[in-house]
Design a protein around this ligand. Structure first.
Ligand code: C2E
Ligand code: CA
Ligand code: CA
Length: 640
């Protein structure tokens, strides 16, 4: 710094700092400690600039001000400047979301620079030994100042390295931006040391602060755009801080029931308005609770045991959902399932809490609309088992280790096997053989069923092609398809292109679908079935007589075959009533001109009775279990 007055850079820096402070004071800040630390860092930076301007003003108008005054500004300038580096270190440490409790080493790393800073700055106020001023008003720096700079650099790097170590809380993008900003500041300081014609370093720092505000503190990063509550990312950050501080809390997740239906009925815009209304309502249910967007149609409310009672909050919520929500004359009834979990009772890490919450949401959806469920009432072992199976399915699909077995189906008229059902088999390294009864529903939930189903279908088509099925008595293979697959727009194309690839004719394929309540896109399902039917592919209704069986389904789809569920078949041999039901069911289906497969045929008695009743096809262990493809190939070769 010399005697020439050059305030341009400092003025520009001041303008930038004013902009940041204005943004900070007008926008909602991220309610975590690092936000307050950021504000303090900004204020200190303003003080740095004020002192820097003070020094320059004193030096240029020395007629009015004594060099003493200039030196005092200089002392303060150093004090605030290096303080800024220490605050930056603390700011970065806070980003990790780890509590300082029990972190002695971190504390030592922080305290050493603070101690050196405090000693040197206080000493400088007394002895002014960080710099010297020559008679012509030029300052030169002493080795002490260089030492203090080294300490400040150390503090900055330590802060950044701490954030790198806990990169999971701060994203790579943010960290890169912060590191670039930090490097620019360091470069600025070094250049400034060697070049003192103009004083620009405060400007560089102010620009870096603006960058920091934009990437790390901007409220856009924390508020959910459509509902204006805190977003999921900030929820995770805040919860991590609470957990590391061992601060108890309860987390209530509100999962809207059938919200897709609301969007479909009233349109997405009104759906958004409804979510906004629910979000505003949730802000009022507790005194000090925080509201977050947990998922697309889910919110979370975090409350502290001391300041709010969980029961009151829950009552509040349940009561509100009894009444409709009003928008532009529309009165809309909403339903939501509420899930409660507590830290530390129900989980001691963010991951474990989220895991049980997500699992409980699924569990709750099965239980019914509008229920209130505590995660501690849920069987966590079942959850872990499901997770393990979910992983096994992913692995099997990824590594293509699924196998398809075939169970022959006996034709009572021709008295030989004329078809077979393809059944998927999965073997996992750790879990062994897993029944499709277990993993198919899980794959349907995760969406993996789509790939899995395509793989099974491709294996079946390859089998038909390679074994030259047309030359045997087997006319077609029945392949199970999940409605999740059938509801996809690309289902028809997928099926047809695989068949074309393996030169499989439509008569060689029969697709089995099961009636379910999970149909969200009935129209697509119907269109897909019709398109394939027009191409000559037939369909079976699987598991008839179990769970959901409505006659409506039979009227809606052009089924060629109905498969009687094995339980229905077995029951018919247990009680007279069930026997009568089966008899008339078979009669009714035959009247409709639909073929019948009876599943689960295990005894000769069953075989005789079922064929005399008029079942066209019989399938079951009496004939054969599902066997690997090679074995099935020999069975059909022998038969033909
Ligand atoms: P499903 O479609 O009803 O298949 C018949 C099930 O009954 C098969 O069980 C078969 O092994 C079993 N079964 C056949 N005959 C008898 C018998 O006489 N006695 C007894 N106790 N059981 C018999 P599996 O292979 O365990 O498959 C279970 C379910 O998993 C299937 O029920 C089907 O819904 C589903 N599934 C199997 N493979 C696939 C597939 O590739 N895709 C889809 N989406 N679902 C599949
Ligand atoms: Ca089946
Ligand atoms: Ca079945």
């Amino acid at each position: 710094m010399d005697g020439v007055l050059d305030l341009h850079y400092d003025l520009a820096a001041m303008v930038i700092m004013a902009v940041i402070l204005l943004l900070l004071s007008t926008k909602k800040n991220i309610p975590v400690r690092r936000s307050y630390v950021f504000i303090i860092m900004c204020i200190v930076q303003v003080l740095v600039i004020v002192c820097s301007m003070g020094v320059q003003l004193c030096n240029s108008v020395d007629a009015f001000v004594s060099p003493e005054m200039s030196n005092r500004f200089f002392d303060l300038y150093f004090a605030f400047n290096f303080l800024s580096a220490l605050i930056f270190m603390y700011y970065m440490i806070l980003w990790s979301g780890r509590s300082m409790k029990n972190r002695t080493l971190t504390k030592i790393h922080m305290l050493i620079p603070v101690a050196i800073y405090t000693y040197m700055i206080i000493d400088n106020f007394i002895h002014h030994n960080l710099y010297t001023m020559s008679l012509d008003g030029r300052y030169s720096y002493t080795y002490r100042l260089q030492m203090l700079s080294a300490v400040a650099l150390y503090a900055m790097f330590y802060g950044i390295s701490y954030a790198i170590r806990y990169i999971d809380t701060i994203s790579y993008g943010k960290l890169t931006a912060i590191t670039i900003g930090g490097a620019a500041v360091v470069a600025g300081i070094i250049v400034q040391f060697h070049y003192d014609e103009t004083f620009f370093v405060n400007f560089v720092i102010a620009v870096a602060m603006l960058l920091l505000y934009e990437v790390a503190q901007h409220p856009l990063n924390i508020l959910d755009g459509s509902t204006q509550v805190l977003n999921r990312a900030i929820m995770e950050e805040m919860i991590k801080v609470d957990i590391s501080d061992e601060r108890e809390f309860e987390l209530i997740v509100l999962a809207m029931d059938d919200f897709k239906l609301i969007n479909k009925t009233y349109g997405i815009e009104i759906g958004d308005v409804m979510l906004m209304q629910v979000a505003s309502f949730l802000k009022t249910v507790s005194n000090r609770g925080k509201v977050f967007r947990y998922g697309s149609d889910q919110f979370a409310v975090q409350i502290r045991p001391g300041s709010d009672s969980l029961d009151d909050v829950l009552n509040n919520i349940t009561e509100r959902f009894r009444h409709p929500w009003i928008h532009e004359g529309n009165s809309i009834h909403l339903s939501a399932t509420t899930i409660c979990t507590s830290y530390p009772e129900d989980g001691t890490t963010l991951e474990s809490l989220v895991e049980v919450l997500d699992y409980t949401i699924l569990f709750a959806k099965k239980k019914g609309r509008g229920s209130v469920i505590y995660t501690r009432d849920v069987d966590l072992n079942a959850m872990r088992r499901e997770k393990a199976i979910e992983k096994a399915v992913d692995e099997a699909v990824k590594n293509d280790t699924l196998e398809v077995h075939y169970q022959p189906i006996y034709n009572t008229d021709k008295q030989c096997y004329t078809s077979a059902e393809a059944l998927v088999r999965m073997k996992d390294e750790n879990l062994g053989n897993i029944s499709p009864e277990l993993f198919i529903p899980i794959a349907e939930r995760t969406g993996r069923i789509v790939q899995l189903g395509t793989m099974v279908f491709e294996k079946v088509c390859r089998f038909i092609h390679e074994q030259n099925l047309a030359a045997s008595t087997i006319e077609y293979i029945e392949v199970n398809v999940s409605v999740v697959q059938c509801m996809r727009e690309d289902f028809v194309d997928t099926i047809l292109s695989i068949m074309e690839k393996y030169e499989v004719r439509p008569e060689q394929i029969n697709l089995e679908i099961t009636e379910t309540a999970e149909i969200s896109a009935l129209q697509i399902l119907q269109e897909n079935v019709e398109k394939l039917y027009e191409k000559g592919i037939t369909f079976s209704l699987d598991d008839y007589g179990s769970g959901y069986s409505t006659l409506g389904y039979i009227h809606q789809f052009p089924f060629r075959i109905i498969k009687l569920d094995k339980l229905m078949v077995w029951d018919a041999f247990e009680t007279e009533r069930a026997g009568t039901t089966l008899k008339y069911t078979v009669g009714m289906i035959k009247e409709l001109n639909i073929h019948i497969v009876a599943e689960g045929v295990e005894t000769e008695q069953q075989q005789n009775k079922l064929s005399s009743l008029g079942c066209d096809y019989l399938q079951g262990w009496y004939y054969s279990k599902a066997v690997p493809s090679e074995q099935f190939a020999t069975i059909i070769k022998k038969a033909s």
